[in-house]
Design a protein around this ligand. Structure first.
Ligand code: PAP
Length: 343
């Protein structure tokens, strides 16, 4: 046998081993996924949620989460924005991006004019580690790198929790989050021609599932408490924001955010109105009207416009019955009061 044939055979053998390894891995993944508890999802009639590491999420992203947990290497300068869905993530992404990049970009040419905030501050589990990615090219991103996640604190990779990287967490009153999420979920269904009509959630059903902890990245109380406890224990590592505080006194909260991430506003910047300009640019009114957010689409299933609705505190009064409110408030009291977290 000549060497050419021999090496070809070895390569073929390697390819075959790799292929089998790959197939084995896929089978393992499928079998692991099939064993996770499942329930009805909110993204179309055929969708499901599964319970992975004590939180509920779409099964399609579990392999991404595992990949992220196994492979991500945090750098000390990294900033990670964490939240439960519908808590103000998009807003905080726009603010954070503007704060950090204000020295090298003005608001007249900021990438936020042509990209949705989710594109500029990508999610680990939806974007970076999607499609079996093990090593997305993150090394070339200039420091500080901005990332985001909806994953609970206890499921973050050790490389994040043990490095000097910083975590900014935003939480929102569950009553408003329920209403926001319910609109979001049903709006997707309206656009989902395959599952049209059959998959709509009633608000009653949605509240019930939410209160049972069966909602995307829920239960909400363990999500909140995971980050809350860390923010109390290690305030240099985790900063805890509330959507309501951000709405009430945006300027104070944004200055607090800038300090935490190491980009404080100088007195001169304040006097020049730089802080106010950023607040104005990142307001719901302004972001919602940008062409990219009116007509663009970055994430699968979701149009950019779906991230911008009313942005109000207390919109729940227009949607939830007194029984629903009582149920949710009782749960908030039971689960959170002893921790010192007041919503
Ligand atoms: P996500 O989890 O899908 O990223 P997220 O951005 O966390 O969603 O939350 C969306 C909510 O933030 C929406 O609330 P609503 O349904 O009660 O209106 C959205 O309107 C609100 N929001 C988005 N951008 C802003 C902003 N710039 N200022 C205030 N609220 C905002």
């Amino acid at each position: 046998m000549n060497s050419m044939n021999h090496s070809t055979m070895i390569i073929n053998q390697q390819n075959s081993n790799e292929l089998h390894g790959y197939e084995d891995q896929n089978k393992e993944k499928e079998s692991f996924l099939s064993q996770l508890p499942k329930t009805k999802g909110w993204l179309g009639s055929s969708s499901t949620l599964c319970l992975y590491q004590n939180f509920w999420c779409p099964p399609t992203i579990v392999p991404n989460i595992i990949s992220f947990q196994e492979h991500f290497q945090a750098l000390d300068q990294d900033i990670i924005l964490a939240s439960k869905p519908k808590s103000g993530t998009t807003w905080l992404k726009a603010l954070l991006f503007s704060i950090i990049n204000r020295a090298n970009t003005t608001l007249s040419n900021t990438p936020l004019l042509s990209s949705n905030p989710h594109e500029l501050v990508p999610f680990f589990e939806f974007n970076l580690y999607a499609n079996n990615q093990k090593n997305p090219h993150l090394g070339s991103i200039p420091a500080p790198r901005l990332f985001s996640t909806h994953i609970p604190y206890d499921s973050l990779p050790k490389s994040i929790t043990e490095s000097q990287s910083r975590i900014v967490y935003i939480c929102r009153n569950p009553l408003d989050t329920i209403v926001s999420h319910w609109h979001f979920a049903n709006q997707i269904d309206e656009d989902d021609h395959l599952n049209h009509c059959s998959s709509k959630w009633s608000l009653e059903e949605f509240v019930e599932a939410y209160c049972n902890g069966v909602e995307v990245y829920g239960p909400f109380w363990s999500h909140f408490l995971g980050y809350w406890k860390q923010s109390v224990k290690n305030p240099q590592k985790v900063m805890f924001f509330k959507y309501e505080d951000l709405k009430k006194d945006t300027k104070t909260q944004v200055k607090r955010l800038a300090e935490f991430v190491g980009f404080p506003f100088s007195l001169e910047e304040e006097t020049l109105g730089i802080v106010d300009e950023i607040l104005e640019f990142c307001s719901l009114k302004n972001l919602k009207e940008l062409d990219v957010n009116k007509h663009g689409k970055f994430m699968p299933y979701f149009e950019n416009k779906s991230y911008f609705r009313k942005g109000e505190v207390g919109d729940w009064v227009n949607h939830l019955s007194s029984d629903m409110v009582e149920h949710v408030e009782k749960l908030i009291h039971e689960k959170l009061t002893s921790s010192g977290l007041i919503l």
